[in-house]
Ligand binder design. Structure first.
Ligand code: FCB
Length: 449
């Protein structure tokens, strides 16, 4: 394969999130989150795993930053646990929480690594869920207050912010499918949550502009293709609906200032309670962003199934596709397609890959080495696919692997390992996997081959 270089200054990095790595659930004045509550309920998390300790990053962040430096990573995306800053979600600031992130940021900067701070990666303070969580119309205002605190306290050193991570998951997996916290099963609530998340995003962007911080703000969306399993009109329509549910419901209000009419109609027909779609709300939601983050894992195939209320489709993998241990297919051509689509259909001018990666049940060999060739293959294919989109004119400014270390993978607990660094959860020992050394080489050469 021919070696293909990236533009100078291309940002190679890794990504993580607070709940998945920090541990120290009852330390440093941290308040309870919806994920603590959800994980404690038997049956919600595979093997009954909890994230009370996880990778113990709260105590070991210096070691983790040293690993990033050793790998030559240029940037690091992490999220702040709202409940470390405001244990009750509102009110008095917990200085210990600020100090933790402030020390992390200093350690990154001393190592020449640019911090990318996500304000919300799903770990809502439980105290706010007790008030109705994101379905409460006061939430966008509380979120903006929290955002202002971070701009104020960290904005002297952090110049890159991401408002929300994957609002689709927070809204629909959390409030309709129940596969994530807070574990509800109500479609209308999920739609309302999605709407409030976007109002919150809009207020946080506005507050950022008002703060005068010399920097950039964006969001991280999970946009992935939904392909019809067959070319029957039913499957084609189902795929379009699946695309509306996952992709267009989030891309359009943010980037085009409107909600997709076919989905509005479909939801109305199915008696879903819809928000007001006020003009001023859409203006707030669609303010210009400095970049749009894309979390890309894989496309999925869908089949029409009228018995599934209210969307009428099911996700299926065709026989013979290469998948991860979680049945996630390798669909790197879909990555190129989504990047082109973001530019053409939604007019995105600067894209940051805020997550891309894959899980396997990696094992450490007796010689202490983690030979994760399949992950390396996945990453290589996706970096090439990204380069293909760039060759066709898409402006991608960086690529963050999910994830630096193995961690708590939500409802799947510790079983899927996504890291380019292996973690022994008994000893907390970190071991750089082959894919980690591969990423180091990619960053060093600033190329893919
Ligand atoms: C994404 C999440 C991230 C991680 C990866 C595997 O949906 O943003 O926290 O769980 O999937």
């Amino acid at each position: 394969m021919k070696e293909r270089t990236f533009p100078e200054g291309f940002l190679w990095g890794t990504a993580s999130s607070s709940f998945q790595i920090e541990g120290a659930a009852h330390e440093g004045g941290r308040g309870e989150t919806i994920w603590d509550r959800y994980s404690a309920i038997p049956g919600n998390i595979l093997n009954g795993d909890v994230a009370d300790v996880s990778c113990d990053h709260y105590h070991r962040f210096r070691e983790d930053v040293a690993i990033m430096k050793e790998l030559g990573m240029k940037a690091y995306r992490f999220s702040v646990a709202w409940s470390r800053i405001l244990p009750e979600g509102r009110g008095a600031v917990n200085e210990e929480g600020i100090a933790f992130y402030s020390n992390l940021v200093d350690a990154l900067l001393e190592s020449g690594i640019t911090p990318y701070l996500t304000l919300y990666h799903w770990d809502l303070p439980q105290a706010l869920q007790d008030l109705g969580g994101w379905s409460n119309p006061d939430m966008p205002g509380y979120f903006a207050e929290y955002a202002r605190i971070l701009y104020d306290r960290l904005g002297d050193r952090v110049h890159h912010f991401i408002t929300l991570n994957e609002p689709y998951c927070a809204a629909f997996l959390g409030n309709y499918e129940g596969r994530m916290a807070p574990g509800l099963h109500d479609f209308s609530t999920a739609v309302r949550v999605a709407y409030h998340l976007y109002l919150a995003h809009g207020l946080a962007v506005r507050a950022f502009r008002e703060s005068g911080i010399p920097g950039e703000i964006g969001i991280a969306l999970n946009l992935m293709g939904r392909l019809p399993l067959t070319d029957s009109p039913e499957d084609v329509a189902a795929a379009r609906r699946a695309d509306g549910y996952l992709n267009r419901w989030f891309a359009e209000p943010l980037l085009l200032g409107r909600y997709p009419q076919d989905m509005i109609d479909w939801y109305r027909e199915h008696h879903i309670v819809l928000p007001a779609f006020r003009e001023e709300d859409l203006t707030l939601m669609s303010q210009p962003l400095d970049f749009v983050g894309l979390n890309y894992y894989n496309d999925f195939w869908v089949r029409s199934d009228p018995t599934v209320w209210p969307l009428g489709f099911r996700v299926v993998n065709p026989k013979g596709v290469t998948t991860s241990d979680r049945e996630w297919p390798f669909t790197e051509a879909g990555f190129t397609r989504m990047l082109l689509r973001m530019q053409k259909e939604w007019g995105v001018k600067r894209i940051l890959i805020t997550e891309n990666g894959i899980s396997f049940h990696d094992v450490k060999n007796l010689d202490g080495h983690v030979a994760d060739g399949a992950r390396q293959d996945y990453l290589r294919r996706h970096i090439r696919a990204m380069r293909d989109a760039m060759d066709q004119g898409v402006n991608v400014i960086g690529y963050f692997v999910w994830s630096l270390t193995d961690n708590f993978e939500w409802a799947d607990g510790y079983r899927p390992r996504f890291g380019i660094v292996h973690v022994d959860f008994n000893t907390q020992e970190r071991t750089i996997k082959d894919s980690g050394w591969f990423m180091a080489e990619v960053a060093r050469r600033n190329s893919i081959w």
